[in-house]
Design a protein around this ligand. Structure first.
Ligand code: KG4
Ligand code: ZN
Length: 333
């Protein structure tokens, strides 16, 4: 079974090919144009997807050494994401499937982030497991009962943690996306240098808007006293804010694990590339007696390999999509 998968929900144009659930190629073209605007500009994103989608798909097919007529299905991210961006991938996949007369498979982007764990044939979580899914648009704890059976048991009530990383980075005058830069500076800083308040949320939910505001006031106060405060303390500031964000995430994850009694714990989504989060989760896993699963870096941020993996499980269940399909910018799991 050979599947071509396409991901275009935000600012990565990606295509992957899988054969019997094994990834043969995964081409990711990241749009750097948004850096100068301090965030993703939806109109620009969809235009760049349009320019890139054909060469990206061609490269994925040639790297996998697969001819178009060997494909058994075409998969695409139906949502959630930016409407214009999703439209490019969806329209392309529909046209491709129609021309080749093969089935279409729609994929939920957040489900795919979780299923990225099954790309590694040797090390993957056993059901049921908990997955902390952290990206630029989502922050959720998922209870995963089966490949396509997931329930959100906790989620953010305001900003996503990736957004919190990116917005705090912006306040530090770092370019977009700031998450990876905060991570890099944090590696040389003292995480206990500056304490930031943590907002208490009921149950397993999260909130990150309070910490963003607290951070803004903190910076205003410090730079009033010392205009060079940011330049002089960047590693310590990054390490401290990162420590606070990680603590909020992992405190809730530990609560969810204790409440459910589940010890198979996975991490997914773009923010799982964060080195501090990976290290602290590994440590917590040892303290709590968990089996911890962290995807390879290349499968943390948006990629089509995870879409191909999700499509593989859908294909096995015969879950296909009609040509009438349209994107779902907002789509609950
Ligand atoms: O999953 P993803 O690629 O796209 C969405 O679906 O949102 O996640 C992107 C998010 C951005 O907010 C980015 O800043 C964050 O993941 N991110 C990181 C790191 N790498 C990516 N945040 C913190 N540390 C990193 N190393
Ligand atoms: Zn994502």
């Amino acid at each position: 079974m050979t599947i071509l998968a396409i991901e275009s929900s935000c600012d990565e144009t990606s295509a992957a090919v899988s054969v019997n659930g094994k990834i043969q190629s995964n081409v990711v073209a990241t749009q750097l144009i948004h850096e100068q605007y301090g965030g993703v500009v939806p109109e620009l994103a969809s235009r760049v997807h349009q320019q890139r989608i054909v060469p990206v798909v061609e490269r994925a097919l040639s790297q996998a050494n697969i001819q178009k007529n060997a494909l058994n299905a075409v998969a695409f991210t139906r949502g959630p994401g930016l409407l214009g961006s999703l439209l490019v991938g969806t329209s392309f996949a529909k046209a491709f499937a129609l021309a080749l007369d093969i089935p279409l498979i729609e994929v939920h982007h957040m489900q795919a982030h979780v299923l990225a764990h099954f790309i590694d044939e040797h090390h993957f979580p056993k059901f049921p497991f908990l997955c902390l899914t952290v990206s630029g648009g989502h922050t959720q704890i998922m209870l995963v009962r089966d490949y396509l059976d997931m329930e959100i048991i906790g989620q953010t009530q305001d900003d996503a943690v990736g957004e919190a990383f990116d917005k705090t980075a912006k306040l530090l005058n770092l370019p977009y996306p700031g998450g990876p830069l905060i991570d890099r500076y944090a590696q040389q800083g003292n995480p206990l240098a500056f304490p930031f308040p943590e907002v208490e949320m009921p149950g397993l939910d999260f909130s990150f808007s309070g910490i963003k505001t607290a951070f803004l006031y903190f910076l205003q106060k410090q730079t009033r006293a010392n205009p060079d405060f940011i330049a002089q303390n960047l590693p310590d500031i990054c390490a401290s804010i990162q420590r606070t964000l990680i603590k909020i995430l992992l405190t809730k994850l530990r609560k969810a694990a204790r409440q459910t009694g589940i010890r198979e714990i996975a991490l997914a989504g773009g923010v799982s590339a964060n080195s501090g989060l990976r290290a602290r989760l590994t440590e917590m896993g040892q303290e709590e007696g968990w089996n911890v699963y962290i995807p390879k870096f290349e499968y943390c941020t948006d990629n089509a390999a995870m879409i191909a993996m999700a499509a593989h499980f859908k294909y096995l269940k015969g879950e296909f999509t009609s040509q009438e399909v349209s994107p779902m910018p907002r789509w609950s799991i």
